[in-house]
Design a protein around this ligand. Structure first.
Ligand code: DC
Length: 229
């Protein structure tokens, strides 16, 4: 029987990661963080001393890498060739290089194939730019959105909590710059998929956001069950 896939997309600061993680936990699905996979490969490339612009070598590296996810005590962990790299892939050297690694079409093709395979074996909630279009075109798709100022406010509070100094104005500038880059980039730009259910989260708490996604998904499952009879 086919596995169930919920794919979440949307602009920066709309709460994709938090929502995807919590929806997965509540439904008992795997949380597939595709960005973490590009990060893991970037880490390996850096450790091997590869040039992040060398597509041919990066493809070879991707082909011989094993990237997997596991749920440990309710926490989502990522392994690279068996090694737990969950925290390591969030460090600045990976941050700085991951967009170069993820730009190469050949590299993307290999990682997308890995993601599809994971989706064949698990019910999952997938998050990442191309998950609604390229990786899981038949998924139940949610596009999370929110006003620019609200998204900037969330990012500002998140950073403040981490002790990072910034202002709301700075975050508004930052997020609108990212919106523009995300929408205009050539490979897998940010697009609102025509099948996606759009959820405006401007006035929702994270709990309401999570419950709403689950409710929409269950309604969809129910209606397609009925249609199938
Ligand atoms: O979401 P994140 O910051 O962990 O993503 C890391 C990088 O990978 C970021 O540059 C976007 C890219 N990415 C991508 O190109 N395709 C995906 N499906 C997920 C992430």
């Amino acid at each position: 029987m086919g596995k169930k896939v919920i794919a979440i997309d949307g602009p920066a600061g709309a709460g994709k990661s938090t929502t995807a993680k919590l929806v997965a936990r509540k439904l008992g699905f795997l949380y597939l963080d595709t960005g973490a996979m590009y990060r893991a490969l970037t880490l390996k490339a850096l450790e091997c001393g590869l040039d992040v612009n060398d597509e041919k070598e990066l493809k070879k590296l991707a082909q011989k890498s094993v990237i997997s996810f596991e749920n440990k005590n309710g926490q989502n962990r990522i392994r690279l060739d068996g090694r737990d790299v969950t925290e390591r892939i969030r460090e600045p050297d990976v941050d700085r290089n991951v967009s170069y690694v993820s730009m190469h079409k050949g590299v993307r093709a290999i990682l997308v194939a890995m993601q599809k395979r994971i989706g064949e074996e698990n019910d999952l909630v997938a998050e990442g730019r191309d998950t609604t279009t390229v990786v899981f075109p038949h998924a139940f798709k949610i596009y999370l959105d929110a006003d620019l100022t609200e998204r900037a406010k969330r990012r500002f509070l998140e950073l403040k909590e981490k002790g990072i100094k910034t202002t709301l104005e700075e975050q508004i500038k930052e997020i609108s710059k990212r919106d523009k880059l995300d929408r205009e980039r050539e490979a897998s730009p940010l697009l609102q998929d025509k099948d996606a259910v759009v959820l405006d989260t401007t006035h929702l708490t994270i709990e309401q956001q999570v419950d709403r996604v689950i409710q929409l998904f269950l309604e969809k499952v129910k209606s397609s069950d009925l249609k199938g009879r």
